[in-house]
Design a protein around this ligand. Structure first.
Ligand code: B12
Length: 429
């Protein structure tokens, strides 16, 4: 039997990297095991490069990489190549897609942008093409095997992830991938929505419940988007007494008046997270968010009215940001009624329309990129980083404004901020 190790990378810049499990690897494991009979698949998310033998003995090692993990990925690659030169190293995940040019310059044996299921199978079946790009159609996505949460190895792997929703042990699930929106700051903009069939979602929920979970976090970029698609899923969750958290988009959420909020509230939605981004209409328009400030405010009002906790994802440093637009975001934080928020400074990842415009030297966007940083919005100690400036605000001013708002409004999401910024907090008050 050949041996394949699928590993997600350590993220030492996060406060806790063991909250949400890397679902992608569980999808890959199932796909490979169904299609390739002579391969044993192991999962790993922790290792110590001081002890390379933890990564030894494999014919293939697959790394799942997000951009902030790129240095760690290079370190793992180097270690494996040094100690186990026969092992083929495969890189996949969002970094392999959006930073493909950079990744191709490194000695990875295979580079897998986008859907990895069939590419991995092709590699195991002997394909020698170094770049393996694949996108599954809607029906192919719907027909793939469900992610493995039930094998002994998967259970062992999942055991280390600890996510609680209202005190209940929670698992993550994906009911659909893709996002139809055009937001210029997002890599996932305008990607085809591919749903999992309800029967498969039910099988996944069986797996999730058999692990003792009584809650789920629906990872979909946007879940609360199409009522007709959502109704059978939330009814199923309610029937099983699984409370849930999901992501919404203010425009779609408020399109039906309060009906969407009522539906979610009545079926056990404990928390909804909205990418509100900003309190400024100018910034929403500058980034093609297709949402009004009023919809942002209404989304919170409706959700709260129906008993749902609201978390708001906010950014500053988007094109055209000024002290005035930040003041509007502050007003939104102070008065719109959210329970929690996460406030970061925008990072122009490759693959976003803003970054494309910057790289083209397009002066129409009021944002300047000062060069790559770590690339993680939220970092240890509640910190953020800033690698951009606008015509009115320097990167230092943007970061200072971000820290000022966090210190002043003390959101639960940034509780670690206060462990490390106690002096600053006093200063700001
Ligand atoms: C859930 C999620 C998280 C979760 C958990 C992630 C996890 N453990 O898997 C949390 C909240 C922790 C998180 C954190 C962050 N995230 Co996030 N996250 C997502 C989200 C919404 C879904 C990921 C997911 O499960 N997708 C579904 C699975 C099936 O897809 P997948 O993981 O991509 O895997 C498939 C392929 O990529 C490929 N593949 C993946 N790995 C491998 C490995 C091999 C060997 C092969 C062959 C193929 C392969 O095959 C898989 C099956 O098709 C995505 C957006 C999105 N729609 O993908 C953003 C996304 C991945 N996150 C992103 C970012 C920026 C972050 C943060 C940096 C934000 C921050 N806090 O600063 C952090 C970084 C965390 C870290 N460890 O460094 C970006 C990544 C951009 C980039 N260039 O890397 C995305 C694309 C969102 C966005 N549009 O900005 N994230």
């Amino acid at each position: 039997m050949r041996k394949l190790l699928l590993t997600s990378l350590r993220s030492p810049y996060l406060d806790d990297a063991k909250i949400y499990s890397p679902l992608g690897l569980l999808y890959l494991k199932s796909a490979v095991e169904e299609a390739v009979k002579d391969v044993v698949v192991d999962l790993r998310d922790d290792y110590d490069l001081e002890y390379p033998s933890q990564l030894g003995g494999y014919d293939f090692v697959g790394l799942s990489v997000m951009t902030p993990q790129r240095q760690e990925a290079s370190n793992v690659l180097k270690t494996i190549k040094e100690h186990y030169p026969e092992t083929k190293v495969i890189i996949g995940g969002p970094h392999a897609l959006h930073y493909q040019e950079d990744v191709m310059k490194e000695p990875y044996d295979f580079v897998v942008p986008r859907d990895g299921q069939r590419s991995l199978i092709k590699i195991l079946e002997g394909s020698t093409d170094r770049l393996q790009y694949d996108v599954m159609t809607r029906s192919e996505w719907g027909n793939q095997p469900r992610p493995d949460r039930s094998s002994f190895k998967a259970r062992q792997f999942l055991f280390h992830y600890n996510y609680k929703l209202n005190g209940r042990s929670a698992a993550t699930i994906l009911t659909a991938t893709g996002c139809p929106m055009k937001c210029t700051f997002c890599e996932e903009a305008e990607t085809a929505t591919r749903w999992s069939p309800l029967e498969k979602i039910c099988d996944e929920l069986d797996d999730i419940q058999s692990l003792g979970n009584r809650a789920v976090y629906i990872f979909d970029d946007l879940f609360a988007i199409a009522m007709t698609k959502v109704v059978p899923i939330v009814e199923e969750l309610s029937r099983r007494d699984l409370i849930y958290r999901c992501n919404g988009q203010a425009n779609f959420f408020t399109k039906w008046g309060e009906n969407f909020a009522q539906l979610l509230g009545e079926t056990g939605c404990y928390e909804i997270a909205f990418g509100h981004e900003t309190g400024s209409q100018k910034i929403l328009d500058n980034t093609l968010k297709q949402t009004t400030v009023k919809q942002n405010w209404d989304s919170i009002k409706y959700a709260k009215k129906h008993g749902i906790k609201v978390k708001s994802f906010l950014m500053i440093g988007l094109p055209g940001e000024t002290y005035e637009t930040i003041k509007q975001t502050e007003d939104f934080i102070a008065n719109a009624g959210m329970d929690d928020f996460q406030l970061c400074v925008y990072y122009p990842y490759k693959g976003t329309q803003i970054r494309d415009a910057i790289d083209r030297g397009d002066n129409l966007v009021d944002i300047t990129f000062e060069g790559e940083g770590l690339g993680a919005y939220g970092q240890k100690g509640g910190k953020s980083e800033c690698v951009v400036r606008t015509s009115e605000l320097t990167s230092e001013q943007l970061l200072a404004e971000r820290d000022r708002l966090v210190a002043k409004y003390k959101p639960e999401s940034h509780s670690h901020f206060f462990d490390t910024h106690l002096d600053t907090e006093v200063e700001y008050e």
